[in-house]
Design a protein around this ligand. Sequence first.
Ligand code: FE
Ligand code: MN
Length: 450
Amino acid sequence: MSVRRLNISLLCSLLLLLTSCSRQDTSGQQAIRIQSGQNIKLLTTTDTHYLSPRLTDNGPAFSRFLAAGDGKQLAYSSEILDALGNDIGIERPGAVIISGDLTNNGEKASHQDLAEHLRAIEQQTGTQIYVIPGNHDVQNPWARRFEGEKQIPVSSVTPKQFRSIYSEFGYGEALLKDNDSMSYLAAPSDDLWLLMLDTSQYSSNKKLGHPQLDGRLTDATLRWIDRCGKLAAEQGAQLVAVMHHSLLDHSEFVQEGFTLNNNGQAAAALIRNGISTVFSGHVHFQDIRSSGEDIYDIANSALSVYPHQYGILDYTPAAGTYEYHTSGLNMELWAKAAGSTDPNLLHFNSYSEAAFRRLSADRTYSRLAEESSYTAYTQKQLAAMADVVGRLNAVYFAGTADTELTAITDTEGYRLWQAAPYSGLKNYVLRMAELEQKDNNHLLVKLPGW
Ligand code: FE
Ligand code: MN
């Protein structure tokens, strides 16, 4: 027996001692369902945008890509997944959901390496993970690796390859599969089932030359949802829906391409099948909306972007309640335990917040410095105004306007914006300062009929 094999079998027997035997059978094939009547906890995350470390040399082309981007911490893709695995081991949810944009731009190597991470997490924690694709994940013409000064095209995946790579993460474990999309129905517990809906459209990506942004549910998928609802009702299970695109508008700034094209039809189908809660992603910021209390759409912020948080849903069957709250990825804890010496990882919260704010502040500063109407301003004044934009964006993404907005509007930088000459940027800043001050990080849902 080789040393490597010995280590693996030793590790496996240790892990088996640590994990709950009721959740995982020894063949590693199909987990046993959580039984009826038990409380169940779901960990919901999204937009991991994993980039395989094999695809970057962290050189100038990669730096430029990050600087032009939207704040994803792509250089720490693997560490983020390791820290997530560590948190799953501590939280011990019954199931984990990732609602799309699993990879940076659908690179095959990223999918393969992410699946390796997920496999290790399932083996180490006994928790089942369920995924669906997002608009970036399949047949993406933007799939690239980064080498020196160059971005080099690499292969993406077909829908068939996607299903095969993630067969252990939903596709091989489904109760029902939709023929018209990569949607499926999964039952991690007797009482709570997952309607995993594929809302993305990838068949035209090649022709378009970019990943199609908008999403929809086809008529055939809507009819399939009714089959799922019927089956769940017959077996007395609650359904939560999971999709990449938004069911409800989450922002006055982004709607087209973000909210499902046929969201009215989709909401009607979900509501008539007794679904009261949807988990989505895609917008990258944290926001909870409801349509007159009939249905809630919880947009989880992106795991790959500040503030790197995920959602926890506690279902209590005896009370008929879902209790949702967000929780921050504990990178510091993982980095310390892993013996990392990287100060960014050891102080990840402050590092990532500063980097996120700097990205939008620096862009704002360059724009202000170029505009003729701002030439009378000192460098210090422009920097204070740019800082306000960085802080507003951070609050917007974290969904914490209810607790943090006033501290920003109560600054010299904000007063400078109020007195500034009209510009598109000023309009944006003033509208951001009027964000609805609601709690996007906690929710209590009473299930209908309770
Ligand atoms: Fe995304
Ligand atoms: Mn997306």
